[in-house]
Design a protein around this ligand. Structure first.
Ligand code: CYC
Length: 169
């Protein structure tokens, strides 16, 4: 698992090169954005349970068939598994924000997940929708905590969504 700095070091070390202008620029942007990334993670952390709960309610309101008989989130056990998965996505999104790298998502969350979902009949489209709903709520929380630019918060949520969707087709 790598963060933005260790990824960069690995790439330059493999080539046996000193950091060039591009590397220095990305290091600068990583450190300059550091406080905002940590603040965003903190805002999400302190509201995590509420974000998951609200996103779940919104998802099931939009797609009520999920929790009706025959739906994948029907029965208390599967409903709880669904919210637990949402909580995983949110927590790992905060790790990726702090790391400034999506590597943790690829390695710890997305690897093999599509196969698991397919074998259990967990629908990908609604899962992606749930991730997108959490993104919007998380950005709202970060804005409420005083962050003026919250656009960078999109990346981990969009990365998970894209990886999920891409591999599903
Ligand atoms: C940290 C990385 C990680 C992830 C991401 C993860 C996901 C994950 N979700 C699972 C199940 C599940 N996931 C869902 C999720 C949903 N069903 C829906 O209809 C909704 C669209 C959606 C919620 C948004 C459900 C209902 C199950 C249980 C399925 C079953 O057992 O039949 C399973 C199968 C084993 C289990 O039930 O625990 C895994 C491994 N596990 C991990 O360790």
């Amino acid at each position: 698992m790598r963060d933005a700095v260790t990824s960069l070091i690995k790439n330059y070390d493999v080539a046996g090169r000193y950091f060039d202008r591009n590397a220095i620029d990305s290091l600068k942007s990583y450190f300059e954005s550091g406080t905002a990334r940590v603040q965003a993670a903190a805002a999400i952390n302190s509201n995590a349970a509420a974000i998951v709960k609200q996103a779940g309610s919104q998802l099931f309101e939009e797609l009520p068939e999920l929790i009706r008989p025959g739906g994948n989130a029907y029965t208390t056990r599967r409903y709880a598994a669904c919210l637990r998965d949402m909580d995983y996505y949110l927590r790992y999104a905060t790790y990726a924000l702090v790391a400034g790298s999506m590597d943790v998502l690829d390695e710890r969350v997305l690897q093999g997940l599509r196969e698991t979902y397919n074998s259990l009949g967990v629908p990908i489209g609604p899962t992606v929708r749930g991730i997108q709903i959490m993104k919007d709520i998380a950005k709202g929380q970060a804005a409420a905590a005083g962050l003026t630019d919250t656009s960078f918060i999109d990346e981990p949520f969009d990365h998970m969504s894209a990886e999920f969707s891409e591999k599903d087709v």
